[in-house]
Design a protein around this ligand. Structure first.
Ligand code: APR
Length: 359
């Protein structure tokens, strides 16, 4: 996952470089600036004194001293004056220049605080969006691992409406999950068939053990696909041959087939999935590779698969969506609403204290 959202004190993050939200003197201050200087020790200040200050939007680099990082990159964010004085471009430049400097010094990982979102008064949600957009734009042509460090939950919020919609969707799904469980208990106790027909087609008929596997398997698959009514949005294989092939298809093969069908390049797909190139290479080179559930779902989102095809791809990795998992329900919410921006989904997952999509 090239861009990770984490909750932490940036002075505790172990990586190649941490970024300091400094002021133009570079001689320390409050907030994250104060915390970094305090943790790094006096050596950092002595080196900063030789730098001759820094302009807003620019970045300068020093050693990490007592911090768990090789470098500290000092950048000066814009002070907020209402948003019509070039604040957004200056803030974007802070991220871009810091990332450029990090790569120029051979860093493979960088941690950012939310620049200007404190003393400098940049509205937090906008500061967050600018940070995500600037970092992800840079990562299109870079393999850096970037942490966006959120220091306190108060800083971080998604819109009230979105939060409320997702919370309601979670409640509905939880209710459905428990209703299904009750139906299952009824069936076991009273043999009452209460499974709604709509879900029957996904069950492939049982194949008797002693059988001519090939024929029966073909008949069962034909039967399964024949009894499956056309469900809008669910793709039906054109013929039995294709159905048989897809039955044996591995996760990796299905992923690569979907990338081709969508007319995407490999890089466009794994970048959009927020998956790093090394992991994608492992999946591409090993047809039996089994990814984690967040990784499998990240690819389904990057490919903008409808829900049924998302379930197919997940199943190839040995997983299913479950209404007893908030993580699954939130991802399902976005897929059902046709929202496939992985950072928007991760912002919501982060707001609900869930793992994030990606490797
Ligand atoms: N780790 C991570 N993030 C932190 C930490 C920490 N230890 N301390 C504060 N933050 C967060 C704040 O919650 C805020 O979201 O960093 C973000 C930036 O806040 P500030 O540190 O106030 O930085 P900024 O808004 O850019 O103002 C810079 O403040 O500290 C002075 O010398 C600094 O004059 C400069 C100004």
């Amino acid at each position: 996952m090239p861009l990770k959202l984490i909750r932490n004190d940036i002075t505790k993050v172990t990586c190649d470089a941490i970024v300091n939200a400094a002021n133009s003197t570079l001689l320390g201050g409050g907030g994250v600036d104060g915390a970094i200087h305090k943790a790094a020790g006096r050596g950092l200040l002595l080196e900063c004194m030789k730098l001759g200050g820094c302009k807003p939007g620019q970045a300068k680099i020093t050693g990490g001293y007592r911090l768990p990082c090789k470098y500290v990159i000092h950048t000066v964010g814009p002070k907020w004056h209402g948003g019509k004085n070039g604040e957004k471009e200056t803030l974007r430049s802070c991220y871009r220049e810091s990332l450029r400097l990090a790569e120029a010094h051979g860093c493979e990982s960088v941690a950012f605080p939310l620049i200007s979102a404190g003393v400098y008064g940049y509205p937090k949600a906008q500061a967050f969006r600018v940070a995500v957009d600037a970092i992800t734009e840079y990562l299109v042509t870079s393999d850096l691992l970037v942490y966006l460090v959120i220091f306190d939950t108060a800083v971080y919020q998604i819109s009230e409406k979105l939060y409320g919609d997702i919370a309601a969707y979670i409640d509905d799904c939880y209710v459905e999950q428990h209703t299904d469980a009750q139906a299952e208990r009824n069936r076991r106790m009273y043999g009452v068939e209460s499974m709604p027909l709509a879900s029957a087609p996904t069950a492939v008929p049982f194949i008797p053990e002693k059988s001519n596997e090939g024929t029966l398997l073909a008949e069962s698959i034909t039967a399964a696909f024949q009894i499956t009514p056309e469900i809008p949005g669910e793709r039906q294989p054109d013929d039995l041959e294709q159905a048989l092939q897809q039955l044996d298809e591995s996760f990796s093969e299905m992923l690569l087939r979907k990338i081709d069908e969508k007319g995407m390049t490999d890089a466009a797909c794994y970048k959009k999935a927020n998956i790093d190139r090394k992991l994608f290479s492992k999946i591409r080179s090993n047809r039996l590779y089994k990814p984690s559930k967040p990784t499998a779902l990240a690819f389904a989102v990057a490919l903008e698969l409808p829900l049924e095809e998302t379930k197919d791809l997940l199943q190839k990795a040995g997983f299913a969506l479950s209404h007893s998992s908030k993580f699954d329900i939130i991802v399902e919410y976005f897929i059902c609403h046709g929202v496939y921006d992985i950072f928007e989904i991760n912002e919501a997952l982060f707001a609900f204290d869930q793992n994030l999509l990606g490797s």
